[in-house]
Design a protein around this ligand. Sequence first.
Ligand code: UDP
Length: 331
Amino acid sequence: MVILVVGGAGYIGSHMVKQLSKAGKQVVVLDNLSTGFRELACYGQLVVGDLADTVLLERLFREHQFDAVMHFAACSLVGESVGDPAKYYRNNVSNTLNLLDVMVRHHVRHFIFSSTAATFGEPEYTPIDEAHPQAPINPYGASKLMVERALQDYATAYGLNSVSLRYFNACGADPEGVLGECHDPETHLIPLILQAASGRRKSITVFGRDYPTEDGTCIRDYIHIEDLCSAHALALQALVDGELSGALGFNLGNGQGYSVQEVIDVVKDIVAEDSCELAVEEGERRAGDPARLVADATQAKKALGWQPQYADLITIVRHAWAWEKKLARIQ
Ligand code: UDP
């Protein structure tokens, strides 16, 4: 099977490429390296290029007989999307349509799409299942929902079958230590806390302690990158085998929430084993952060046979810490 992984040099894409390669699939990575890293695309054939480049897309699809496409290349910063929505609609929507159109032209009918919990907006209830209304409150979530919507019509009109996977909080790192999270700038909680512990950052700031949760800090559903990728692999196989068709969407999380304070406490214990400490500062709420985001992933488990292997936060943090120590050169 030959698979095109768009955004395969990024955090989630690179772990996906590794899993696919290890499973014997042939992988071509298309990445413009705007937020990805050449070094992370070490398991596939890397083509540096952009989805806006339709000539390149045509050539790529002529050169390879792709069986399926996985799409991880998107802008994903909520705050940035509010200030520069054009960037989000152009890259996340318009460029994705370029990709879908070249797939249709070349009769490639299996598509896995990186979507997000941000398509749900402010939760009306938790855990959030697939029946929850999708009402995004920022351009990032809106841009992802537009693609989900387009995929329904592409399935009906062109027979392009897809699975959109809505991530809650992707985190952790390759258990073998080869890959891990690298964002510049880093905005995510776990890598930021770990950088504060390794000394690559002065401190971690807690964004608000006045939320309506047990300890006042926000609750999120942290899902290990390996589990996230295994759900993609299962979804792809189900499409290829014809077990799933149409345009489907599944929520991916562990169904268990941890508060920012709980994450900090787990990290403190783990980094203490390496004699590292953590400075914590108090900050204001970050705009647009719901108090509690937890997934109901029952559907993904049922339809895909998915079962998370690394659901506990301690394992997630241990893998992420091993990667951070590598970056910070801590023995
Ligand atoms: N957070 C925090 N300090 C930081 C970064 C994040 O307190 O420096 C909080 C943030 O407000 C949210 C949670 O950690 O409640 C997870 O944030 P992240 O950006 O990792 O993921 P998000 O849930 O926004 O996708």
